[in-house]
Design a protein around this ligand. Structure first.
Ligand code: SF4
Ligand code: ZN
Ligand code: ZN
Length: 347
């Protein structure tokens, strides 16, 4: 029986009719009990280790896709309605992918407007001078080995980090879920990048770097549950996949398919992998804390790991012949700071 079949049985928690068999927990659940247990799990994550505090100024990386929509919905309710905390600012990165990003931008804009969440859209074209489509076209001739997802992932991360840091956010929240985390774990093992395996954590403080601490409260929530959550809450689900996921497949896609096939009938394996990650991380911390020495990028001034002298973003831009990020970039988003006050006037 899969998660979406409807057994004519009672919910294992209350007396209502069950609507799903939740294979991960082995329980039959009604809609209300599923939603309650889903949200409780995320609230517990946030409370655990005081990942978020009432005074936090939070920036959420908000693509408008299923994961970021879920975390923004839950955090917004928690911070505003429960705590009366400072507003959350949602940031959508518009990479410039024809036939893809427009759909999630529409979803993101109306979602934030309906809830009065301040929403900022940062476009690759505006910040870096080129859309992702243009970068891929230029890159195709000079560097065919570098795929769209590499440009996209590196530059998007850079924008989010810099934006959050420059506007004085105290936490940057992203929607990475359990499936994303275990894929990264296997990818790091496949690449022999054991330092990143030791360093894994869903809360990244990066104390030694000028970064905003990052948290990923969906780290133990499988993608399948997130889809169910959106379905039951009648929240929008993006329909079109990114064209580059088909036309320029990367290793992550293969790892994802492998994990999906081996965990299909044994969903507990995903949690076993997470358990392994947590245990390895503890060993890494009690032995010798892995140290990433920092250099400051000669182009943009941002932090980068030794032995680099240019950060990955500036290196990619240089390879594509795109104008380097200059000193001005380091203050580029400062004006958005006023959003914290403006947002508190919103309903
Ligand atoms: Fe970016 Fe690749 Fe995801 Fe498309 S599939 S949005 S190119 S990371
Ligand atoms: Zn129930
Ligand atoms: Zn740089």
């Amino acid at each position: 029986m899969n998660s979406l079949q409807a057994p004519a049985k009672q919910c294992s928690t209350c007396s209502k009719g069950a609507v799903i068999y939740h294979s991960d927990s082995g329980r039959l659940l009604c809609k209300g009990c599923f939603l309650k247990s889903f949200e409780r799990k995320i609230h517990k994550n946030i409370t655990r280790d005081q990942a978020l505090e009432k005074s936090d100024k939070i920036v959420v990386g908000f693509s408008g896709g299923k994961d970021s929509l879920t975390i923004l919905e839950i955090l917004h309710a928690r911070q505003q309605r429960i705590f009366g905390a400072p507003p959350i600012i949602a940031v959508t990165i518009d990479e410039g992918i024809t036939g893809y990003r427009a759909e999630t931008l529409d979803i993101a804009e109306s979602f934030c407007a309906e809830r009065g969440i301040p929403h900022v859209v940062l476009a690759f074209k505006e910040v870096f001078g080129r859309t992702l489509n243009e970068m891929v076209e230029i890159g195709g001739d000079i560097d065919p080995e570098t795929k769209a997802c590499t440009y996209c992932g590196v530059l998007r991360r850079k924008l989010l980090n810099d934006f959050a840091f420059q506007i004085g956010a105290t936490k940057l929240v992203t929607g990475h879920n359990l499936d994303d985390h275990i894929q990264t774990f296997l990818l790091n093992l496949l690449r022999g990048d054991i330092m990143r395996v030791f360093k894994w954590n869903w809360i990244q403080d990066e104390e030694e770097q000028p970064f905003t601490p990052k948290i990923q409260p969906l780290f133990n929530v499988p993608a399948r549950d997130i889809v169910l959550y959106l379905y039951f809450r009648k929240l929008p689900l993006q329909e079109n996949p990114c064209p580059y996921s088909q036309s320029q497949p990367i290793l992550r896609g293969k790892v994802q398919r492998f994990l999906n096939s081996v965990t299909q009938n044994s969903p507990e394996m995903k949690y076993n992998l997470l358990y392994s990650m947590e245990e390895i991380q503890k060993v890494g911390n009690t032995a010798q804390k892995p140290i990433f020495n920092i250099n400051y990028c000669t182009d943009c001034g941002g932090p980068t790991n030794v032995p680099r002298v240019k950060c990955k973003t500036c290196e990619l831009l240089e390879r594509l012949g795109i104008e380097p990020l200059n000193h001005y970039y380091g203050t580029r988003f400062k004006d958005y700071e006023t959003l914290w006050e403006r947002a508190s006037l919103l309903p």
